[in-house]
Structures are given as C-alpha cells and as structure tokens.
Ligand binder design. Structure first.
Ligand code: MN
Length: 129
C-alpha cells in the first residue's frame, strides 16, 4: 500500500493530506476534480483512493460509480471524505462500496493511522468470509 490517489478540490486540504501521506512514506497522486480523479484512477491504478464528495464537476459519488465500472477496479479500496453537514452522503458512499469515510475537518495527526485502521479492518473482514 504505497500509492494513494487523493481527489480533493480544496487546496489546503490537498496540501495537508498529501504532506502527511508523504511523511509516512506514501506516494500521493493528486486530482482536483471528479473527472481528473476518474482519469487518474484508471491511468495510475493506485492502491487506495481518498475521495472528497463535494467536487466542482461530478461529485464523489458519481466518480466512485465510474471508477467501479472499469475492469479491475471493483476491488480498489476507496475512503470517502465528507462534510459534517452531509449526513446522507456517508450512507450513500458506504452503500456504493466505500470502505470508510472521514469527516472534515481532516485531522493531520490521525488521518494516516485511521486509514491504516480502515484497511486492516477491511482485510480482516475479507479473510473471514
Ligand atoms: Mn470539496
């Protein structure tokens, strides 16, 4: 688990997330719109995607749908990034197969640990079934 696609239109959040990821030895790939996110997901085949829901063009839900339709991308772990206010979005994202979500504001002190926890949980669930 090294290459992480970060789809986030907010410059400050993007900076924060990618800096922390790099600090922990990950290789972030940046996308600032939903379309760019879909394109880079397909072109780069990252090992994990962090997907903001509110994006300037297509929203994160749509982007996840498109990524899931591509051959070989059904299993790629996607974690949603949601705004606190958008409670309905979280259920929608989990229904669509996201393995977890983060609420903004992103906490740079815990985000990597939280990512690793979610991945570990998912791997455990998969081994069990
Ligand atoms: Mn956004």
């Amino acid at each position: 688990m090294k290459r992480v696609l970060v789809v986030e239109d907010n410059e400050n959040n993007m900076k924060l997330i990618t800096l922390v990821l790099e600090k922990h030895g990950y290789e972030p790939i940046k996308a600032f719109t939903g379309e760019e996110g879909v394109e880079k997901a397909i072109a780069e085949r990252p090992e994990l995607i962090l997907m903001d829901i509110q994006l300037p063009d297509i929203n994160g839900t749509k982007a996840v749908q498109r990524i899931r339709m591509v051959d070989g991308m059904q299993e790629i772990p996607i974690i949603a990034i949601t705004s606190y206010a958008m409670a309905g979005d979280r259920e929608k994202m989990l229904d669509m197969g996201c393995i977890g979500y983060f609420e903004k504001p992103i906490d740079p002190m815990t985000i990597v640990e939280d990512i690793e926890k979610i991945i570990k949980q998912r791997n455990n669930d998969n081994t069990g079934s």
